[in-house]
Design a protein around this ligand. Structure first.
Ligand code: NOJ
Length: 537
């Protein structure tokens, strides 16, 4: 490992070279004992993130919010929620992060506001309110109900009736999250101001929330039934979504957002949250002339069912993604986030070790989710402890996002070192064994694996800027070369439960078991082992 020897790969931008780390600030580190994580807590943990070897921290919303969706219901875009700290805390966080070479990316909750945002309060006052057109208001349908059949992600219709003014308003999420109307140029301008506000305060970029949902059909047509819907799928997926998702006009809005970034000359990044198949996903890069996102998140590895985490299944994913993207469009990979079951829960510990080796050696920007570097698993959230009712309804009660949002496990002390108070979500009971401190002390821990991978990636341009070349291998093994200039690596992941061999000779630089290094001939691969092998020139 070469801490400190960061390869600059000068032809690439920082957001291509560096790994991103998602912090869900409510659950990361509390500094004042109220049981809710905050910006000062995050500040205290910047040294850990720098030690780990990530280059950018994406902080999910910390703005004033009634917390119906834990910050994704913003009531003031240009301030900090008192439970999270102050604007000064944010500025200190940015300064201190920058001092350590870390960038800070913030969430842009562009699709909707809180129903308590002054814009909506004003909009709902009367049909003639100057802000009426900032949201999507419609008369009742012909039979008196909602204007059409659109469904909300969080259950029930995407429309709520407002008796005061006799109209319905649109919300793709909770009724407390009314959708902004991006057909109104004033709304676009207002969000551009929000972007400028955070750029002026040192933010290094934005993750655009719900980026594929910003604009809906202007004719408000009913959506057709989804013939593939089966019980167990989300309620909203009873319908197909040609009129509420991926509307062509969404791209104009994202182009405008990107143009603001470009005009500020800050080298800031725009990342889109987009859950769409590759053919549609890649349009969120825009074009070379009119760029949109630097990269839309690629959730293929988050969505891939556990039984398709095979050499064959993964090769198909990687090849389909490669084939869909224009050659200039930079890839991105994600294993988990605050909306989905944790990767170690989906794949088990050895599967998750393989998954991290994959994430950190594929070509493209990796994004890690806090705690996944410890192999943290979903917490058991008892029905009486559910906080995220929205997500509970979204998944029909079968899973709840709280499970993936339990507090970060720092050490074996009370509440895992997360808070001195009562944590807002229970700490997972495995914290006495699974925590940062104990894994720092164990050179073969999950944490050391992730850290070694992150630093290896940073030290070798081949693993960042290098091409990706699939290599033929035994059944059950996914293998590829990464090469750049004189350097070449072979990455091999044995997803099967049988031993295998690599037809290569080279120096094993890392095994997912962290127990072997050095020159080997006919490199053997143990069941469920992943290797990085440096090839002889
Ligand atoms: C996506 C966010 O990741 C999720 O947590 C949130 O509930 C929805 N967007 C609505 O903002």
């Amino acid at each position: 490992m070469a801490d400190g020897t960061i390869s600059r790969a000068p032809e690439l931008a920082w957001w291509q070279r560096e790994a991103f780390y998602e912090v869900y600030p409510r659950s990361f580190q509390d500094s004042d004992g109220d049981g809710v994580g905050d910006l000062r807590g995050l500040l205290r943990r910047l040294d850990y993130l720098a030690w780990l070897g990530v280059g950018a921290v994406w902080v999910t919303p910390f703005y004033p919010s009634p917390q119906r969706d834990f910050g994704y219901d913003v009531s003031d875009y240009c301030a900090v929620d008192p439970t999270m700290g102050t604007l000064e805390d944010f500025q200190r966080l940015v300064e201190e992060a920058h001092r350590r070479g870390l960038r800070v990316v913030v969430d842009l909750v562009a699709n909707h506001t809180s129903s308590e945002h002054p814009w909506f309060v004003e909009s709902r006052k009367s049909r003639h309110s100057p802000r009426r057109g900032w949201y999507v208001w419609r008369d009742p349908g012909p039979r008196g109900g909602p204007p059409n059949n659109w469904l909300s992600f969080f259950g029930g219709p995407a429309w709520t009736f407002d008796p005061e003014t006799g109209q319905y308003y649109l919300h793709q999420f909770l009724p407390e999250q009314p959708d902004l109307n991006y057909r109104n140029p004033e709304v676009v301008r207002a969000m551009e101001e929000v972007i400028r506000f955070w750029l002026d305060r040192g933010a290094d970029g934005f993750r655009v929330d719900a980026a594929w949902l910003l604009v809906e059909d202007e004719h408000f047509r009913d959506e057709p039934p989804n013939p593939a819907w089966r019980p167990g799928m989300r309620e909203r997926d009873r319908l197909l979504h040609p009129y509420t998702e991926d509307h062509p006009d969404t791209h104009q809005v994202l182009r405008r957002f990107r143009a603001v970034l470009e005009s500020c000359h800050r080298d800031a990044v725009l990342i889109g949250e987009v859950y769409l198949p590759f053919a549609q996903l890649v349009r969120y890069y825009g074009t070379r002339e009119e760029p949109e996102c630097h990269f839309p998140f690629n959730f293929a590895l988050v969505e891939l069912p556990a039984d398709r985490w095979t050499a064959h299944g993964l090769r198909a994913v990687v090849e389909a993604y490669e084939a869909a993207r224009p050659e200039w469009a930079w890839p991105g990979w994600v294993l988990g986030n605050h909306d989905r079951p944790r990767v170690a829960t989906r794949l088990g510990e050895d599967g998750s070790r393989l998954a991290h080796l994959l994430l950190l050696t594929l070509r493209g920007t990796p994004t890690l989710y806090y705690g996944d570097e410890l192999g943290m698993v979903d917490g058991p959230v008892q029905p009486h402890r559910v906080r995220d009712w929205a997500g509970f309804r979204e998944w029909g009660g079968r899973w709840c996002r709280d499970a993936a949002r339990t507090p970060m496990q720092w050490d074996a002390s009370h509440h895992a070192g997360f808070t001195t108070g009562e944590p807002w979500l229970p700490v997972n009971s495995d914290f006495p064994q699974r925590n940062v401190a104990s894994q720092q002390a164990d050179p073969r821990s999950f944490l050391h694996l992730v850290r070694r991978l992150l630093w290896m990636r940073r030290s070798h341009p081949a693993l960042v800027a290098g091409g990706f070349v699939p290599v033929g291998s035994e059944e059950g093994v996914l293998a590829y070369r990464r090469e750049h200039g004189p350097e070449a690596f072979l990455v091999a992941l044995n997803f099967s439960t049988r031993p295998a061999h690599l037809a290569a000779q080279g120096e094993v630089v890392l095994s997912t078991h962290l127990d072997r290094e050095g020159l080997e001939r006919h490199v053997p691969l143990r069941p469920r082992e992943g290797l990085v092998v440096r090839l002889r020139p």
